[in-house]
Design a protein around this ligand. Structure first.
Ligand code: 1PZ
Length: 207
């Protein structure tokens, strides 16, 4: 396969991969998302953490471990539907480290990035603190205990500037906005799809 033109650009890779997944979701009512391309797309998010600096190392480790678990699962399980069904059958949906639980956590990470990008698009100025805080408050804080919320809010003070982040990502502001918007729309469709997988089985999504 030929190297894509923007193959070295993290944001372009993320936008492309999630656009493909969103297409699967919208193709037909019966289409199913497969674990392998899903976990591959999720792993493309990981380099973003590196651009945010050492403060988010613990978030990166948690996220990467969960995405790796899904990648491992993809060797024996084809679709997200069957991944969840296996845990339902084993009565292990909410067990610590279960694949279904990791899927729910990873979905929240995708949602955090979605809100972050949406906020970065509409926020003036060079600070990431407001976009990142809003994204965390909306997507993750409701599910985190006091200690983690404290650590994250401390980390918000040592984020790079938007300018520094875009430079590390090898993007100018205009092209970054386009890619962030593509991810935001595509991930929204995918997140809704995953929520439905949980809700249709009465598993809930607020644990
Ligand atoms: C400018 C952008 C700022 C980004 C700020 C990111 C803040 C995220 C902080 C998350 C800390 C996670 C610490 C570990 C939490 C775990 O307790 C839970 C539950 O895990 P379980 O009990 O099931 O094993 N894990 C999570 O909630 C998953 C968190 C995923 C974090 C992904 C964030 C993606 C942000 C990327 C930004 C580029």
């Amino acid at each position: 396969m030929a190297e894509p033109v923007n193959g070295d650009k993290t944001l372009h890779q993320i936008a492309d991969a999630f656009k493909d997944l969103a297409n699967t979701v919208s193709d037909s009512q019966t289409s199913e998302v497969e674990v392998a391309p899903f976990s591959r797309a999720c792993s493309l998010i990981s380099p973003l953490f590196g651009s945010l600096g050492i403060a988010f190392k613990f978030a990166e480790m948690d996220y990467v471990a969960k995405v790796n678990d899904l990648a491992e699962a993809s060797k024996s399980i084809q679709t997200l539907n069957s991944l969840i069904d296996r845990d339902v059958q084993a009565n292990s949906v909410r067990s610590s480290g279960s694949r279904t639980r990791n899927l729910l956590r990873v979905k929240r990470g995708l949602d955090m990035v979605r809100v972050l990008f949406e906020q970065m698009i509409v926020t003036e100025g060079n600070s990431l603190k407001d976009p990142a805080s809003k994204a965390y408050e909306q997507a993750l804080a409701p599910y985190h205990g006091w200690a983690i919320r404290k650590a994250v809010s401390a980390g918000m003070y040592v984020l790079p500037t938007k300018e520094q982040l875009l430079k590390k990502l090898n993007e100018d502001e205009a092209s970054a906005k386009v890619q962030m918007q593509i991810y935001a729309s595509a991930s929204e469709a995918l997140i809704k799809y995953i929520d439905k997988l949980f809700v249709s089985r009465n598993l809930g999504t607020d644990w």
